[in-house]
Write a protein that binds this ligand. Structure first.
Ligand code: PDD
Length: 286
């Protein structure tokens, strides 16, 4: 079945949506994106994704083409037109098509290119992987220095995912100056006793929307939260590990660089946080 995608105000069959070869998203990776989950036909943490979109755009000196209410209407329309029950909405805003290639930004009159599409993932919240957990390898973090901006510059994360695939595992954790930054497309955590440890926010990592919610729920559930750096060796000695992202929610990590973490099985804290996150987010979904 052909999807209906959104392009600059129009809802079109996917094979009719066309973007210029001069679009700066294509030539310069000059664009930002958001991935928002849909469960039971409703948007998960829409407000959080909207706020981060605004921040990414402003950090790159781009105007936000829509108000939050307009974005919500577009998101709801694309979900409805594609009859998505469980899955994701992908949104991308680029600096548009100036009509030629130039390193300098075009004048602000050039309209941004706005694209949305859906990805149906029936049973997204019941992923069998949540029961077995992910295995990860560590690799050097060779991304650019502004990972807090959610740009479409995803080549190194993509290379990382391929390194993980070739190693026969599920994902890679990036390491910079001896400390884990994050996963290829998720934030990374370890658990020691009652304590959940994750790297503090800075330009080094994406400020995960799922991370913010999970840390809030963790504190409410009386877990101690420590935002600090940790090494791969510390992760290997931890009781548990997990990752968070809008598409994987809370996913246990059971092995890093061939060493089992804790019992080598998904831990109770990760399971609990996944349950709380999904319950609370379903209740607040729009
Ligand atoms: N990735 N860190 C990185 C590098 C990411 O790409 C992502 C999200 C996260 C988690 O952020 P959030 O909780 O807001 O999804 C952390 C999305 C899911 C993706 O690229 O598909």
């Amino acid at each position: 079945m052909s999807r209906i995608v959104y392009l600059n105000g129009d809802y079109l069959p996917e094979n009719e949506a066309k973007v210029s070869v001069f679009d700066r998203g294509f030539l310069m990776a000059d664009g930002v994106y958001e991935v928002t989950s849909v469960l039971d036909g409703k948007l998960i943490d829409f407000a959080g994704h909207c706020i981060r979109l605004g921040r990414s755009l402003s950090e790159l000196g781009m105007k936000n083409p829509h108000s939050n209410d307009e974005w919500l209407a577009i998101f709801r329309e694309i979900v409805a037109r594609n009859a998505v029950t469980d899955g994701m909405v992908y949104l991308q805003v680029t600096r548009g098509n100036p009509g030629d290639r130039d390193f300098a930004y075009p004048s602000p009159e050039v309209e941004p290119t706005v694209v949305l599409f859906t990805q149906a993932k029936p049973g997204l919240a019941d992923s069998p992987a949540a029961k077995t957990g992910w295995k990860v390898i560590s690799i050097p973090d060779e991304r650019w220095g502004r990972r807090d901006i959610k740009t479409v510059q995803l080549l190194y994360p993509s290379m990382g995912k391929m390194m993980a695939k070739h190693a026969g595992v599920d994902d890679a954790w990036f390491v910079q100056d001896g400390f884990v930054t994050e996963g290829t497309s998720n934030n990374a955590y370890i658990v020691k006793g009652n304590k959940i440890i994750t790297r503090a926010l800075s330009h080094d990592i994406l400020h995960g929307i799922t991370r913010a919610a999970v840390l809030r729920f963790a504190k409410e559930a009386q877990f101690e939260v420590e935002e600090r750096n940790f090494t791969v060796a510390e992760a290997q000695q931890a009781d548990e590990a997990f990752i968070t992202s809008a598409s994987a929610f809370v996913m246990p990590v059971v092995e890093i660089d061939g060493a089992a973490i804790g019992s080598g099985k998904p831990g109770n804290v990760a399971a609990r946080m996944r349950e709380i996150y999904l319950d609370e987010m379903r209740k607040a979904a729009l």
